[in-house]
Ligand binder design. Sequence first.
Ligand code: DAT
Length: 178
Amino acid sequence: MSTSRKAPVIVVTGTPGTGKTTHAELLAQESPIPLKHINVGDLVKEKNLYEEYDEEWQSYTVDEDKLLDELEPLASEGGIILDWHTCDIFPERWADLVVVLRCNHTMLWDRLEKRGYPLKKIQENNEAEIMDVVIEEARSSYAPEIVVELQSEGTEDLESNVSRIVQWIEAWRKDRGL
Ligand code: DAT
């Protein structure tokens, strides 16, 4: 929570496949103020912010210090959407809103299968969704009033979620006299 930011930092999180990137892209288009969509996974790859690539899990082991250094100036400035499957490494002061997307696990399984994930990675993520891993992480890292859990199963969810966040942005700005 910062008093100096003129535009908010919105964290969009959730198990892989719940719809973070789809939401972040639409939100960036529909926001009343410019918001830059930062796909943290892509940033990690582009800027080599990882320690190694894990062949078995087909994923990068993120260098958290490097990642936080890279993001710090952007978060201080505000006007960003942070799209990542975890949120507990971000300092609490960065986030103005934390959106946790949820999806039923059969649908999630299909989405991850279509993405070509290896079976164990599908199973791990599916289990994480069932066990509420990301929402619990968000609730233990941020004030309850800024954490919002939203269903992301169909296009109607996507549209209503994004319009809800747009309304939140308008209220956030009004509260600050912007
Ligand atoms: P994430 O960024 O969380 O990994 P994504 O945005 O890439 O997820 O979405 C994964 C797939 O599921 C993609 O094909 C779009 C689809 N999808 C996600 N949320 C959806 C929704 N609410 N309505 C329709 N399709 C959705």
